[in-house]
Design a protein around this ligand. Structure first.
Ligand code: NCD
Ligand code: ZN
Length: 355
């Protein structure tokens, strides 16, 4: 798609935040974090490590490892990781309350058990966490939801819509003031759920779900680096996501769900879900808003709606995006023989970031 010709050539927005990010640990953390910290001021750090981040002590230690992995110089050194609590069947409201009051937790993440990478310790019945929801509603702590059922009888392309029917509608009915984020929304049903609910319900939208539909997973053969969960849907859903993201509604904000895996773990008999978009995420979003003729709404989506939902100020700094060439890196070494492949590796994008 070519952008309308009267679109601006540059746009200045608040320095953005990434409201859904996986940075992993160890060598992978050191490799991937600088790509995010180069552009984004803050990020909601997903807690699905092999040893999930379930306690304030684990979150504090992980936060320190993240800060230690940052480059010493430049904007990256000002990056702020916002930690989330991995909810399990055993999570207690008192621990959430204490960690939230102490500023350790920014939010809590609900993974239905076995829904996605690193969710084996997740929640077996999302309707049973009533004491947790009650407390989170009372203290204003956001609940971030991976909204897919795990029932193998439900078609994988319907899992988000069925999750909304079976669980989300009831949760928001029973806890009308609970702040809920439907993470990485992928369907028209998800967009409608967010738009129709008058309470504090929002959604993050990834760059890749704005760009690919499910055909892209099978373009000329199977494409493991385009596979993530929730899986990309039909074109009609992608168009609905683009409409919602670029609408200027503060209920939709930026969350890349950048989720790196070593190439060998993706190009495998049972390849992992997760797309690594951090190296060019902001340039990709700019391209989408440009194509939709909606660059004037990029600041709401990337710079303002997320902080407002979380009760934070937008960042004081700004960045400028301009028409120009950005080359997406190819495979990036993570040490040893291993490497990670960015979304759209090697492709040239038509927006660049000027600080
Ligand atoms: C994520 C990961 O790899 O941690 N994968 C993904 O496909 N998005 C987990 C998640 O957010 O579902
Ligand atoms: Zn994720």
């Amino acid at each position: 798609m070519s952008p309308p010709s009267d679109n601006p050539d540059t746009i200045t927005i608040h320095r953005p935040d990434d409201w859904h990010l996986h940075v992993r640990d160890g060598a992978m953390l050191k490799t991937v974090l600088p790509y995010t910290a180069r552009v984004f001021a803050r990020a909601i750090i997903m807690p699905n490590l092999p040893d999930p981040v379930t306690t304030p002590a684990k979150a504090g230690a992980y936060r320190r490892r993240i800060l230690d992995a940052l480059p010493d110089e430049g904007v990256a050194s000002r990056f702020l990781p916002l930690m989330t609590c991995y909810l399990t069947d055993e999570t207690g409201p008192a621990m959430l309350e204490e960690g939230f009051a102490d500023g350790v937790w920014a939010a809590a993440k609900l993974y239905p058990a076995h829904a996605t990478t690193g969710s084996a310790d997740g929640v077996t019945d999302p309707l049973k966490l009533t004491a947790v929801y009650e407390k989170m509603q009372e203290i204003g702590m956001p609940l971030l939801i991976h909204g897919e059922v795990t029932d193998p009888d439900v078609d994988i392309f319907d899992r988000e819509a069925v999750f909304i029917e079976r669980y989300l509608n009831r949760i928001v009915r029973d806890f009308p003031s609970l702040k809920v984020v439907l993470e990485h929304v992928t369907t028209r049903e998800g967009v409608a759920f967010v738009e129709d609910h008058s309470g504090p319900v929002a959604a993050t939208i990834t760059a890749h779900h704005l760009i690919i539909n499910r055909n892209a997973l099978f373009e000329g053969g199977i494409r493991p680096h385009r596979y993530c969960l929730p899986v990309a849907k039909r074109e009609e859903h992608r168009l609905e996501l683009r409409r919602a993201a670029t609408s200027g509604s503060p209920k939709f904000f930026l969350g890349t769900d950048s989720a790196p895996h070593a190439i060998g773990d993706k190009e495998a008999d049972c390849g992992c879900a997760g797309i690594f978009s951090a190296p060019t995420a902001m340039e990709l979003y700019a391209r989408v808003f440009d194509e939709e003729g909606a660059l004037e709404h990029l600041d709401t989506f990337a710079g303002q709606a997320g902080p407002a939902f979380y009760g934070l100020e937008p960042n004081h700094e700004h960045i400028t995006l301009a028409r120009g060439e950005t080359v997406t890196p190819g495979n990036i070494d993570i040490g040893g023989e291993a490497a990670v492949q960015p979304f759209g590796a090697g492709r040239t994008l038509n927006w660049e970031i000027r600080d």
